[in-house]
Design a protein around this ligand. Structure first.
Ligand code: MG
Length: 160
């Protein structure tokens, strides 16, 4: 038995914040704004995991109004969401991601993001794909006001 999940997230780019994607800190003069560390890639992955099993979204588990999640390391939140999946007998088949960012160039960082996520999720790195593209200078992402991520995840049931 298999399930598929779709995740999407967008965060604003601002001065004075770190840029963290997939648990990897990226050297850039702007960072993502958010209640947690605003790791938009990890958030999209969490939403895809939850979506695959119809478990709601990350806002339900980690409400931005709750001070206990302020400045959270999104990789820790990912571990919690992953545990919900494992507890129900499901494991990750593969994860495919598209990061849409005008700048900086993310290609040099993609292997580190894949390794970090693979380690956290205890899966082989070849089960994780991360692509980076620009928005051709169009819209808020193209104007470097935001970064967004699209994610698709396949889960399968260990027992069947
Ligand atoms: Mg988010």
């Amino acid at each position: 038995m298999i399930r598929i999940g779709n995740g999407y997230d967008l965060h604003r780019l601002v001065e004075g914040r770190k840029l963290i994607l997939g648990g990897v800190e990226i050297d850039h003069h702007l960072g993502l704004l958010g209640h947690s560390d605003a790791d938009v890639l990890t958030h999209a992955i969490m939403d895809a995991l939850l979506g695959a099993l119809s478990l709601g979204d990350i806002g339900h588990y980690f409400p931005p109004t709750d001070p206990q999640w302020a400045g959270s390391d999104s990789m820790k939140l990912l571990a919690q969401v992953h545990q919900l999946i494992l507890d129900r007998g499901w494991i990750i088949g593969n994860i495919d991601n598209v990061i849409v960012a005008e700048r900086p160039k993310l290609k040099p960082y993609l292997p580190a993001m894949i390794d970090t996520l693979a380690q956290k999720l205890a899966i082989s790195p070849d089960r994780i794909s991360i692509k980076a593209t620009t928005n051709e200078k169009l819209g808020p992402v193209g104007r470097e006001e935001a970064i967004c991520v699209h994610t698709v995840i396949l889960l399968f049931c260990q027992d069947q």
